[in-house]
Design a protein around this ligand. Structure first.
Ligand SMILES: Cc1cc2nc3c(=O)[nH]c(=O)nc-3n(C[C@H](O)[C@H](O)[C@H](O)COP(=O)(O)OP(=O)(O)OC[C@H]3O[C@@H](n4cnc5c(N)ncnc54)[C@H](O)[C@@H]3O)c2cc1C
Length: 490
């Protein structure tokens, strides 16, 4: 059991919201996973080895560093080490291991189940690692683990280049890529992890590894889809590709068109070229709070050709909204930010389905008619092209079938509405799960879905366990969608 006991000098307890940026003198007692107390001298010794600050409850900056995207998850680490480079990461990993502390790794802090933080242990916070170095000749970019997609795109687009990245610009590149990484460029260039060519990583024994296809191949393979299970990644190197103007935005209809829109899209996608990098249908509320159904395509080719190719979407019924237009890649990559801001309460259920069958459409329509929060979004996105030309075992990310990824994204403002919204997501999922093809994208899972971890890693699970056995046999890195080592049974 890990616990942190916060007392001020008047011996009164400090509540978590109270201490924000306040310089209070605190006496902190910290115990590790076996209940042993960690001496303050050991903690001070660790602190003096760090170039970045070591934040503790009640110290300035702690509350800010504890903030994550999903307000529905509340965790209080005993320590947050704001690492400035590899040396800080190595010291942090050794401190956690030697003192038997729970340890979490925070990249962008965007994980739906809040896996960047842990309760009572050490959070290795990488958000200060912000360098992006673009090599336009080699067509690669090396980025620090704390970079977000907005920051990465800004640097690579300066040279007119891009890698497949997440749709929301505030998402961290590291958590997203290590889990697989799906984005607008899926059809042209595959997932983010398909574009990863090298990574630097500190493993559980504190050793530094620079890995790629030719160096520690197994570890490199595991990093491309196996999440944060194998170590702390300090930087990632990607392939980058020329990307100019793109065609993005959406066409939207009244909610009663949902069935027709889904039936149309299910047929329409069959002939689409890779240049339609990704396309999806979504139930969402307009800015005025009116529910609508939309089709969102991203097209990466000549604008005129894109307008012609996507023309049938505009001719379906009488669209109420039409924002499809040529825009910069950076504009496309941040266009959905307002719909997914930091600080709301969120709960997701997700899974893959090969076809939009009548039953899938019927169930989708039934549950999207009564969404309890106007901030929730239910999307089905089509993954195809380069994404599904990669073999399932080639990277640790296993889901390579052309088809749809459903995400029931429950989102609401007030914590008191959590039960109602979570129940709605679960009821929707209960009805649609039997119609799914199986499998789930590891980065779209919510807290409490441990029973789905094996299907998330699919056929690659056994190989992932053997990589885990080699690089993290004691499961130091367990605050993630955890691959459990089975060294003892080997
Ligand atoms: C609104 C929203 C939109 C999203 N859109 C997309 C999308 O378009 N495409 C997509 O693929 N996914 C998407 N995701 C999912 C996203 O990939 C995950 O949330 C991902 O975990 C975020 O990465 P992060 O670094 O911000 O996460 P964090 O919360 O910082 O970390 C999450 C997990 O990643 C691991 N991790 C993070 N950094 C490191 C590191 N440097 N070394 C080792 N382990 C690390 C940690 O173990 C932790 O368990 C979206 C999520 C949300 C909430």
């Amino acid at each position: 059991m890990v616990w942190v006991d916060l007392l001020n000098f008047n011996n009164s307890y400090i509540s978590s919201g109270q201490e924000e940026e306040k310089r209070v003198s605190v006496e902190t007692r910290v115990s590790n996973l076996d209940g042993r107390t960690i001496a303050e001298t050991v903690i001070q010794d660790f602190k003096s080895n760090l170039r970045g600050p070591l934040l503790r409850p009640g110290t300035p900056g702690y509350e800010d560093a504890r903030r994550i995207w999903n307000a529905n998850i509340e965790k209080h680490p005993a320590f947050i080490a704001k690492c400035t480079g590899v040396a800080d990461i190595v010291h942090s990993v050794k401190f956690a291991r030697e003192n038997n502390l729970l340890v979490s790794i925070k990249g962008g802090g965007h994980s739906i189940p809040g896996l960047g933080l842990c309760d009572g242990g050490l959070t290795i916070d990488l958000s200060s690692l912000k360098e992006v170095r673009v090599d336009p000749e080699e067509k690669t970019a090396r980025a620090g683990a704390g970079v977000t997609w907005g920051e990465y795109d800004h640097e690579t687009q300066f040279y007119g280049l891009a890698s497949t990245g997440g749709e929301i610009s505030t998402t961290g590149i590291s958590g997203l890529t290590l889990g697989g990484g799906n984005g607008w460029l899926n059809g042209m260039f595959g997932t983010s992890c398909d574009n990863l060519v090298a990574a630097d990583v500190v493993t559980a024994d504190g050793a530094f590894h620079s890995v790629d296809q030719d160096h520690e191949k197994d570890l490199f393979w595991g990093l491309r889809g196996g999440g944060g299970n194998f170590g702390v990644v300090s930087s990632l190197k990607y392939k980058i590709h020329p990307i100019g103007k793109v065609l993005g935005g959406f066409v939207g209809w009244n909610l009663d068109m949902t069935r027709e829109v889904m039936e149309f899209l299910g047929d329409f996608v069959r002939e689409l070229p890779d240049e339609v990098g990704k396309i999806g249908v979504e139930v969402i509320a307009s800015r005025e709070g009116v529910p609508m159904v939309i089709i969102r395509p991203g097209y990466f080719g000549p604008t005129e050709e894109g307008e012609r190719l996507l023309g049938p979407i505009r001719r379906l019924g009488k669209p109420r909204y039409d924002t499809l237009r040529a825009m910069s890649y950076e504009a496309l990559q941040s266009s959905r930010d307002p719909y997914w801001p930091w600080g709301r309460h969120n709960y997701f259920k997700s899974g893959f389905v090969e076809d939009l069958t009548d039953d899938v459409i019927e169930t989708f329509c039934a549950h999207t008619r009564n969404v309890p929060s106007q901030y929730s979004q239910i999307a089905v996105e089509y993954y195809h092209g380069a994404y599904s030309r990669v073999k399932s075992g080639e990277t640790a990310y296993p889901h390579r079938v052309t088809g749809w990824n459903l995400a029931i994204g429950g989102s609401w403002l007030d914590g008191s509405a959590s039960e109602r919204n979570i129940s709605w997501v679960r009821a929707f999922w209960k009805d649609i799960e039997p119609l799914m093809s199986g499998g789930v994208y590891v980065n779209f899972m919510s807290a409490g879905e441990d029973d789905r971890i094996k299907v998330a890693y699919g056929k690659n699970y056994d190989r992932l366990v053997s990589v885990k056995n080699r690089y993290d046999p004691t499961n130091l890195f367990k605050v993630n969608e955890n691959i459990k080592p089975d060294v003892a049974s080997q």
